[in-house]
Design a binder for this molecule. Structure first.
Ligand code: CP
Length: 310
């Protein structure tokens, strides 16, 4: 891979993705003891200015399984010198003296690029506000490839909070690199991506755009022909007005009846965490792939760390 920093999905080409997936597949088959020398002696700093379960835990687990060490600033930067007013730039330069790469989650769009501008070591964007989450997109695409056997010729329906969903933004960019993929966008009208800079980058692949009123049933005709239904939660933390959140929070809920209309070979993905948009009653259906998606995250992040750090 030519890149040191991992900042946005658009920086990858098909060869980069192939290389990462090849390594991830090797790690998914490897015995645990086979990987412990890969990054032995290397140190990864994980700095999370926003909450996380999967991204932080999987990067830490990935580093441990590759034999490296971790500086975990993941339990709230209030316990770091950020609480004393330290800037993002000074925090990054400081951690770059101890670590060989830095995983960063931050609430502002462009924060990973800001960090990369001053960092002496590679920055891995683990989510910059409502911007991008490129490593999630890689694991999402890897899951699609593992489940469906292809990354092209797909009808992918994105559902929910598309405006704030950084995982959606990054996955749209990755999927648009491959031929014959069509994206359907289903959201409340206030949570669409039309008009955003991202939209222009992927608009050649956009199929249908549907603004639902108060039920995902309005999107039934799209769901039944989709190969992948990518569900997302409405992100309460991005709303200034609680009433605005209340009006849209239940507008895109999947249920057993809708799932039963989908193709048998279709898959439901979700970056998680979920709130109520995907009920636990569908977890046992083979089409519900979101916990396998979580597992893929470990192997893809192991592969990424190897490519970035070794
Ligand atoms: N998918 C994802 O980014 O999950 P976390 O917020 O738990 O890291």
């Amino acid at each position: 891979m030519r890149h040191s920093h991992i900042l946005e999905a658009g920086q990858f080409d098909v060869n980069d993705v192939d290389g990462i997936f090849r390594t991830a597949r090797e790690y998914s088959r490897a015995q645990r003891r086979d990987t412990t020398e890969v990054l032995c002696g290397s140190v990864l700093a994980c700095v999370f200015y926003e909450p996380s379960t999967r991204t932080s835990a999987s990067f830490i687990a990935a580093m441990n399984r590759l034999g490296g060490g971790v500086i975990p600033i993941t339990q709230g930067v209030q316990y770091s010198s950020v609480s004393k007013g330290e800037t993002l730039e000074d925090t990054i330069v400081t951690l770059g003296q101890y670590a060989d790469a830095i995983v960063l989650r931050h609430p502002e769009i462009g924060s990973a690029a800001r960090a990369a501008a001053v960092s002496p070591v590679p920055i891995i964007n683990a989510g910059d506000g409502t911007g991008e989450h490129p490593t999630q997109a890689l694991l999402d695409l890897y899951t699609i490839d593992s489940e469906l056997g292809r990354t092209r010729g797909l009808e992918v329906c994105f559902v929910g909070d598309l405006a704030n969903g950084r995982t959606v933004h990054s996955l749209l960019r990755l999927l648009s690199m491959y031929p014959d993929n069509r994206f359907h966008l289903v959201s409340p009208s206030s949570l669409g991506i039309e008009g955003r800079p991202l939209y222009d980058k992927v608009k050649k692949n956009i199929g249908e755009i549907l603004h639902v009123g108060n039920s995902l049933r309005e999107a039934k005709n799209i769901l039944v022909r989709s190969d992948v239904v990518y569900m997302t939660r409405v992100q309460k933390e991005r709303f200034c007005d609680p009433e605005e959140y209340r009006q849209v929070k239940d507008s895109c809920l999947l249920d057993l009846e809708l799932l039963s209309m989908m193709k048998q070979e279709a898959r439901v993905l979700h970056p998680l965490p979920r709130v109520n948009e995907v009920p636990t009653s569908i977890d046992g259906d083979p089409r519900a792939a979101y916990f396998r998606q979580v597992k893929s995250g470990l192997h893809v992040r192991m592969a990424l760390l190897k490519h970035v750090m070794s």
